[in-house]
Unconditional design. Structure first.
Length: 129
């Protein structure tokens, strides 16, 4: 996929995701016309409550050091909210699938959130002589 194409969350989502990635918390009423479709009822900052529309682009990935910091997505076909998996983070950062395997899951999220999007860096460097 080229940089000019719009990569949406739906393009990178895994199909069979383990139960541990799903949230049981209730959420505000849905508005599927927006990028942020709902907010989870969590005792934390507003930014960490946001649940994104799978038909839109993902918000900027950041390191996830504790709490509810992983990006959340509403899966319409399942009518459920879950966090993105490390594999989905790899896909968003355009690193090879499984690139961060072999370390604890929390470290995978941190590495990918602290990292650079490979395709963007390759595009920037393509202009160097």
């Amino acid at each position: 996929m080229s940089l000019n194409e719009m990569l949406t969350l739906k393009d990178i989502l895994e199909q069979n995701v383990a139960r541990k990635y799903y949230y049981e918390q209730t959420y505000e009423p849905l508005d599927l016309s927006k990028k942020i479709v709902t907010r989870l009822h969590l005792n934390t900052h507003d930014l960490l409550k946001r649940v994104y529309n799978e038909n839109n682009k993902c918000a900027t990935l950041t390191a996830c050091r504790g709490g509810y910091k992983q990006k959340k997505v509403y899966i319409e076909r399942e009518n459920k909210v879950r966090r993105l998996t490390p594999l989905e983070y790899e896909r968003l950062q355009t690193v090879p699938e499984g690139y961060t395997e072999g370390v604890a899951e929390g470290h995978r999220y941190n590495m990918l959130g602290d990292g650079w999007t490979v395709d963007v860096i390759a595009h920037i460097l393509s202009y160097m002589k």
